[in-house]
Design a protein around this ligand. Sequence first.
Ligand SMILES: [Zn+2]
Length: 222
Amino acid sequence: MSDWRVAKCLETLLAEVNAKWPGRSIASDGTIGDAAHRSRSSDHNPWVEDGGKGVVTAMDITHDPAKGLDSQQLAEALVRSKDSRIKYIISNRRICSGSDQDKPAWVWRDYPVPPNKNPHNHHVHISVKSDKAAYDSTQSWAIANVAPPAPGHVPGNTRPTVRRGSTGDAVKRVQELLGLTPVNGRFDEKVDTAVKKAQERAGLVADGVVAPQTWELLEKGK
Ligand SMILES: [Zn+2]
């Protein structure tokens, strides 16, 4: 399909993001599919048809903490908003489905990235639902309360949400911050228990999930 447009709700989101973070980097912004998004299953392809035009129902917004836009925090704010237009959000190698999808709503889960695919760690990806009432709604998005970039947060993947079963450098960091050994990057029962204890002591929900608030707590305790 050669003739395409962007879903109006995503144009609204983009305008609101641009107004909130003027001068932000758009290096990883995108709507229409590119080489990394050629697959038929990507919402960056205009597979939704509306009046003879294809509609792109996905948008990427660049991580630019230097200008105040932390893409993970934007993702978290959108998840908190439980906006019914959202189909799913991808950020920092995790994915979170919206309502009425075949996965639990508003819960982050791992998003395994094949080596040649985009890890979405320099932007947040937002897909919206393919029904017109959702994708062309110009209702305002709840981005007023996006948290500022966490101190020390650099572009990339330093503070992804991790939990039991997660692996990698971020888990090593959690182990270091908790003073656990071995520092092996495996979020096992020992790590889970230690995180829950720290959360409990701080009066947070002791769910063992190291999301922005718990990251902050652990970094502070260091
Ligand atoms: Zn994307």
